[in-house]
Write a protein that binds this ligand. Structure first.
Ligand code: IDP
Ligand code: MG
Length: 151
């Protein structure tokens, strides 16, 4: 298994609805390590860069408006196969279609307010981590549980 880093956003609706702790608890419980985390208000410029791959799509403007509407929590997570694993824990983009037991399936109601973001590929994870965090904001450290998370 490949040790990977992935980028996660706890989106404005989840922050406003008091779900920060519940979402982070899921990642901790799974044994995924938090290596960077901050609460911030997202500028239009940052939002447009982050969603740059969706420029021109019908949902681009509303998605930029959504992510800039209130503070978010930005997180870098590290773990075995973390990119795919975290996407799996989040469920399908549309909370109506996401399985129960996933973050979006359990806490979301519709696609326009879908609770979380997670990188979808190693290339996008690297791009997003560099866009949102300076290298010195990311901590390289060993957790005491790590020897129990590999064989
Ligand atoms: P993802 O977040 O599951 O990777 P993407 O297709 O990359 O999904 O879309 C990025 C974000 O844009 C979604 O998380 C959601 O917030 C928003 N979005 C995508 N499709 C729609 C749509 O059809 N209506 C409204 N918002 C959408
Ligand atoms: Mg995406």
């Amino acid at each position: 298994m490949e040790k990977e880093r992935t980028f996660v956003i706890i989106k404005p609706d989840a922050v406003q609805r008091g779900l920060i702790g519940k979402i982070i608890t899921r990642f901790e419980g799974k044994g995924i390590k938090i290596v960077a985390m901050k609460l911030l208000s997202v500028s239009k410029e940052l939002a447009e860069k982050h969603y740059g791959i969706h420029k021109g799509k019908q949902f681009f403007d509303s998605t930029v408006k959504y992510i800039t509407s209130s503070p978010v929590v930005a997180i870098v997570l590290e773990g075995n196969n973390a990119i795919e694993m975290v996407r799996g824990m989040m469920g399908k983009t549309d909370p109506q279609k996401a399985d129960m037991g996933t973050i979006r399936g359990d806490y979301g109601q519709f696609i326009g307010r879908n609770i979380v973001h997670g990188s979808d590929s190693p290339e996008n994870a690297e791009f997003e981590i560099n866009l949102w965090f300076k290298p010195k904001e990311i901590s390289d450290y060993t957790c005491i549980n790590e020897e129990w998370l590999t064989d």
